[in-house]
Ligand binder design. Structure first.
Ligand code: NAD
Ligand code: LMR
Length: 337
C-alpha cells in the first residue's frame, strides 16, 4: 500500500502505460537504506519494465522480496561479482551506493570512501552501458557528479545530457517546510532549489513561489536554514544509524519517474537537478543545479535561475565558492586516479 500510495504522487502526471516505451532501470547499492525502499518504489512505477538490483551485499535477497509485488515489471538481483550483468541493457542507472553520514560529519567527510566507489561504478557503466542515464545519489553529490563525469570523459563516453545529481530531496523538503510554515498543502507549494546539495550550496528560491514569498523576517531565515540543513535533522535523530533513507527513496523515485516521462516524450517535465551547466561556467563552476527540462535524450534545456531577491542573491554568493571547491575536488580525484 505504501508503495502504491507514494507512487500515485510520484507518477501523478504519468500517462497511460499502453502509450509508453518501458525501460530497464538498474539500482547500484540496492541493498542499502535508500536502495531497498527505492527499489520497492521503482517496482511500482509503471514506466519501469525491468529492475536490475546490484549491491556488494544482499541484492539477490532484496530482489527476491521486491519481485513478489504484483506489478508487471521483472526484477533480478545481482551479487558482488555481477556488476556487468546488472548493467547490461540499462537505460537508467540510479546510484545510492556508498556510506552515509554519522552525527558530527559533513557530506564532504564521506569523500574518501565514496569517491572511489562512485568512480569505479561509473567506469563500469561507461564500459557496459555507455548510453545509460546516470542518477547519482551518493554523497557528496557536489563532488560525486563531477567524478562520474570526469571518469566517463576519460573513456570518451561522457554525454552531459545523461548525468544527473539527484537534488530532489531538497525540493521535497522545501515544499514540505514551506507548507508547514504557511499551512498550505506541500503539493501546492513547489519551490525551486538551485546550487548544489550541501548546507550553504543549497539555495531555495522562495521569492519565485506565490506562497514562499509570503514568508519574511525571522520565519524566512528559519525556513531557509531548515531547507539547507534538513539532512542534519535526520542524521541527528537517527543517532549514528545513518541519514535520510525513506524520504530519499521517495525523492529518488520521484526524480526517476520525471526522467522516464521525459525520455518517453512527455513535454514540459521540468525539475531542478545538478548537471553540467553553462550558467556559472564563466566563474569556473561547470556543474550547477537549476530547473532542467527533461526530454527524450535526458537534459533538453537548462533554465537560468531567473529573477531572485536580494536575500537569495546573498545565498547564491555564499553557495558559489563552496560549490567550486567541491567540484574541483571531484575532478582532481579523477585526474590523480
Ligand atoms: P547504506 O549504508 O544504508 O547503503 C549503502 C549501500 O551501498 C550498502 O548496501 C552497501 O553495501 C552498498 N555499496 C557500498 N559499496 C558499493 C559498491 N561498490 N557497489 C555497490 N554497492 C555498494 O547508505 P544509505 O543510507 O543508503 O546512503 C547511501 C548514500 O546516499 C550515502 O552516501 C548518503 O550520504 C547518500 N544520500 C544522498 C542523498 C541525496 O539527497 N542525494 C540523501 C540521502 C543519502
Ligand atoms: C540528506 O540531505 O538527507 C542527505 O544528503 C544525507 C545527509 O548526509 O544529510
Amino acid at each position: 500500500m505504501f508503495a502504491r500510495a507514494a507512487l500515485r504522487t510520484v507518477s501523478a502526471r504519468s500517462f497511460s502505460t499502453s502509450a509508453v516505451r518501458q525501460t530497464r532501470v538498474a539500482v547500484l547499492g540496492a541493498g542499502g537504506g535508500i536502495g531497498q525502499p527505492l527499489s520497492l518504489l521503482l517496482k511500482s512505477d509503471p514506466l519501469v519494465s525491468s529492475l536490475s538490483l546490484y549491491d556488494i551485499r544482499g541484492a539477490p535477497g532484496v530482489a527476491a522480496d521486491v519481485s513478489h509485488v504484483d506489478t508487471a515489471s521483472e526484477v533480478k538481483g545481482y551479487a558482488a561479482d555481477q556488476l556487468d550483468q546488472a548493467l547490461e541493457g540499462a537505460k537508467v542507472v540510479v546510484i545510492p551506493a556508498g556510506v552515509p553520514r554519522k552525527p558530527g560529519m559533513t557530506r564532504d567527510d564521506l569523500f574518501n570512501t565514496n569517491a572511489s566507489i562512485v568512480r569505479d561504478l561509473a567506469a563500469a557503466i561507461g564500459r557496459v552501458s555507455p548510453e545509460a542515464h546516470i542518477l547519482i545519489i551518493s554523497n557528496p553529490v557536489n563532488s560525486t557528479v563531477p567524478i562520474v563525469a570526469a571518469t566517463l570523459e576519460k573513456q570518451g563516453k561522457f554525454d552531459p545530457r545523461r548525468v544527473f545529481g539527484v537534488t530532489t530531496l531538497d525540493v521535497v523538503r522545501a515544499a514540505r517546510f514551506v507548507g508547514e510554515v504557511t499551512g498550505k498543502n506541500p503539493l501546492d507549494t513547489p519551490i525551486t532549489v538551485v546550487g548544489g546539495h550541501s548546507g550553504p550550496t543549497i539555495v531555495p528560491l522562495l521569492s519565485q513561489s506565490p506562497t514562499g514569498k509570503t514568508i519574511s523576517g525571522e520565519a524566512y531565515g528559519k525556513v531557509v536554514h531548515r531547507i539547507q540543513y534538513g539532512g542534519d535533522e535526520v542524521v541527528k535523530a537517527k543517532d549514528g544509524a545513518g541519514s535520510a533513507t525513506l524520504s530519499m527513496a521517495y525523492a529518488g523515485a520521484k526524480f526517476t519517474n520525471s526522467l522516464l516521462r521525459g525520455l518517453n516524450g512527455e513535454k514540459g517535465v521540468i525539475t531542478p537537478t545538478f548537471v553540467k551547466s553553462p550558467l556559472y561556467e564563466s566563474q569556473g563552476i561547470d556543474f550547477f543545479s537549476s530547473n532542467v527540462e527533461l526530454g527524450t535524450e535526458g537534459v533538453a534545456k537548462i533554465h537560468p535561475i531567473g529573477e531572485i531577491s536580494a536575500e537569495e542573491q546573498k545565498l547564491l554568493e555564499a553557495c558559489l565558492p563552496e560549490l567550486k571547491k567541491n567540484i574541483e575536488k571531484g575532478k582532481a580525484f579523477v585526474a590523480q586516479s
